[in-house]
Design a protein around this ligand. Structure first.
Ligand code: PMP
Length: 366
């Protein structure tokens, strides 16, 4: 096989929908980087709204502010050209499905129980969802990587969605297995590693794997560890060519300027230092909560977690859920998910909130 053919098959751009490879997308008023003092090219208001004290909101925002791209790429350890910022990782998932899978065709692979949006985006696009469920071995969740690879090839899947640490399992996936899967699927599928919770795992990101395995795509977010869920800032990190294609598929002005400003402030020195402290607290609270839950009669199992939540199985799940709710504590009922018909997912709260959860659940058996 010649070197030229190797490069072509390794290029993740080969996995983009053929009809979108030269798609230019919408050309917004910000697309041409023109210079001027009087801006009359975007049908914006020449005057601010009375409510707009700074007088800055009348202009459309930069679609991909360079300062934000630089700050996020420094945070995640990639080049700015390898990163697309968007409205949460949710938008990244949707963009990937739309850019890679043909409408009404192709397939994705998921590993249930997992985050629901992969299947939702696929379904909205008319794309099939193949499931290779996680396996529970001695109380630990394992991904059947060989099964995922085989299913992707058999189903002609263009995308494989892995979640590490997993939601709702909390389990981290071994990076060697992720690399090997991506290598096996080179030229056939993109392997998307959703790292929404990786900050809580104290483990290296799959971002570093992209250099040797360019069909790996990583999703990151400011919604969890950075405590900015309402700002809706997520990132897709991938091969620069692929990022450029996704950018052309994205809505014209995806990032409200107030959200960009907030994100930049959150990555400043003091806020970033405090974020690290919060993450450390979540980790120690998580270990304490999982251990304490496991010791409560009526809790069948509390899974070890690398994220900011604990998944637990109960003898009487409805009673536990109701008891918590009656005390004003809302946890996530997981019983609709296959294999989790007795499980609740409890996000890590403040130490006081976690103590309340434990007190209620202990009381539930009294
Ligand atoms: N991925 C996973 C695994 C999640 O749990 C969530 C949010 N629940 C998301 C992505 C979406 O996050 P964002 O706020 O960045 O859209």
């Amino acid at each position: 096989m010649s070197a030229a053919i190797d490069i072509a098959t390794a290029n993740p751009l080969a996995l983009v929908r053929e009809d979108l490879r030269d798609f230019g997308g919408y050309r917004s008023a910000r697309s041409d980087r023109l210079q001027g003092d009087v801006w009359l090219n975007a049908n914006e208001s020449p005057w601010p709204n009375l409510s707009d004290r700074e007088g800055t909101l009348r202009r459309y925002p930069d679609p991909q502010p360079q300062a934000l791209r630089e700050a996020l790429s420094a945070l995640y350890g990639c080049a700015p050209a390898q990163l697309l910022a968007g409205r949460g990782s949710d938008e990244g998932i949707d963009l990937l499905v739309r850019a890679v899978c043909r409408p009404g065709g192709d397939a994705i692979v998921v590993t249930t129980p997992t985050f629901g949006m992969y299947a939702v985006s696929a379904r909205l696009h008319g794309t099939r969802v193949a499931d290779v469920p996680l396996r529970e071995v001695d109380g630990e969740w394992r991904c059947d990587f060989a099964g995922v690879g085989a299913a992707a090839l058999a189903q002609g899947a263009r995308l494989v969605f892995l979640c590490s640490p997993g939601n709702p399992t909390g389990a981290l996936l071994p990076s060697g297995d992720i690399s090997a899967l991506a290598q096996a699927l080179e030229g056939r599928a993109l392997v998307v590693v959703d790292e929404a919770y990786i900050e809580f795992a104290d483990a290296p990101s799959a971002v570093r794997l992209i250099a040797s395995q360019p069909n790996i795509v990583v999703l990151r977010t400011l919604s969890k560890a950075h405590a900015l869920a309402a700002a809706r800032i997520g990132s897709v990190i991938a091969d620069a060519g692929l990022i450029e294609v996704l950018r052309r598929c994205q809505a014209p002005y995806p990032l409200p300027s107030a959200c960009t400003d907030e994100a930049l402030r959150s990555l400043g020195r003091d806020a970033a230092l405090q974020t690290r402290t919060r993450i450390a607290t979540v980790r120690s609270e998580r270990e304490a909560l999982a251990a304490a839950l496991a010791a409560i009669p009526g809790v069948k199992r509390a899974y070890a977690s690398r994220a900011n939540f604990v998944l637990a199985r109960f003898d009487e799940t409805q009673a536990a859920f109701d008891r918590l709710l009656a005390a004003g504590v809302v946890v996530r009922d997981m019983r609709a998910l296959p294999g989790l018909d007795d499980a609740l997912r409890i996000s890590i709260g403040t130490p006081e909130q976690n103590a309340t959860v434990l007190a209620i659940l202990r009381g539930a058996r009294a």
